[in-house]
Design a protein around this ligand. Structure first.
Ligand code: MTE
Length: 319
């Protein structure tokens, strides 16, 4: 991870008076930060606007990943201001407005259940996993889509570390439950905490990643900081945000949207243009930023990589 320090800022970048004054202010703040660092009492925010509470925004050592689309990428502004994260409200702008209350350090992800080596990972350990940039399409069940340059690591790497038992058939993913940090959880819109699930072979598929950032930087809070699931051939809601627990189980786990409206949201939730949502069509989608709608592709365009997972299954019944 690259941490921007005052020394990293070249004086040639600084020209006019306003910038000079900002720099002076930055240096003062930074030296105050350094002084406090010495005492071990660093308060979040002291490191200035280009840093998060833990001191870095850029993710370093990120390889170019496989399976990336070369379609135009949705703007950072749209990706971070048009969100679904009901823990912060149901309006698309709510997550950006309200997710500042989410504290992403310290953060751990507990891995438990049907594994030989249950383990709690600190987020810093997870950031050392082999990180890749994967530019994936995200198709929401609400019939809009985006193209997002995620940064993450293959979930299969983590799965191998904990050695699942032969009983592990599914994995459940659980979001943080904290009504102080996530005020939307005080309303009974969903059965909190938000949970999602995958079948073991879906979780092991190389397309499935744990996302830790986007556009080269750590994950913005509204997009599911500090770590979220990204499953590009399924509707967006399968990709749970701000994950604190990964549980290996024998039976198909309950999932938040399936519990809330079973006839509308099935366990599989593959992007399938031939199965309409009971209240609207799934045949086409609006790419955020585009004027015209486009046809929705089977498995969101990832048919080649994932169709084999569902061979012999009736995906109209198992939606
Ligand atoms: N995860 C949690 N914990 N809470 C949510 O409300 N919304 C889901 C999914 N993950 C959601 C969540 C839905 S409906 C979608 S479309 C995607 O997150 C949106 O991800 P984005 O806002 O990063 O684009």
């Amino acid at each position: 991870m690259l941490i921007k320090r005052p020394a990293d800022i070249k004086s040639s970048e600084i020209t006019d008076k306003e910038l000079y004054l900002n720099r002076r202010q930055f240096m003062q703040t930074a030296s105050a930060g350094a002084a406090v660092l010495g005492t071990g009492l660093l308060a979040p925010g002291l490191l200035g606007p280009m840093s998060t509470a833990w001191g870095a925004t850029k993710l370093d050592n990120v390889a170019k990943g496989k399976f990336s689309t070369d379609e135009p990428q949705t703007s950072l502004k749209d990706i971070t201001s048009y969100n679904n994260f009901y823990e912060f409200g149901t309006d698309k702008g709510d997550p950006k407005r309200h997710s500042g209350s989410l504290k992403t350090r310290p953060w751990t992800v507990e891995v438990e259940g049907e594994v030989h080596k249950p383990r709690t990972f600190d987020i810093e350990e997870l950031l050392k996993m082999p990180l890749e940039e994967r530019v994936y399409r995200l198709r929401c069940v609400e019939a809009w889509s985006m193209v997002i340059p995620w940064i993450g690591f293959e979930l299969s790497h983590l799965i191998k570390l904990v050695e699942p038992t032969n009983n592990a058939k599914y994995i459940q993913f659980v979001t943080l439950y904290d009504t102080e940090q996530m005020p939307g959880q005080r309303r009974g819109i969903l059965d909190w905490p938000y949970t999602e699930g995958l079948r073991m072979d879906e979780a092991m598929n190389p397309l499935t990643i744990m996302g830790v950032g986007l556009y080269g930087e750590v994950m913005p809070n509204q997009n599911g900081a500090p770590i979220r699931l990204v499953v590009p051939w399924k509707y967006g809601f399968k990709s749970g945000k701000s994950i604190v627990k990964i549980r290996f189980v024998e039976e198909e786990p309950p999932t938040s949207w399936n519990m809330a409206a079973p006839h509308e949201y099935g366990f599989y939730s593959n992007v399938n243009p031939t199965v309409n949502h009971p209240r609207w069509s799934q045949a086409s989608e609006r790419r955020i930023g585009d004027f015209f709608r486009r046809k929705t592709l089977m498995f969101n365009g990832y048919e080649e990589q994932v169709a084999h997972l569902y061979k012999g299954m009736d995906l109209k019944k198992l939606y």
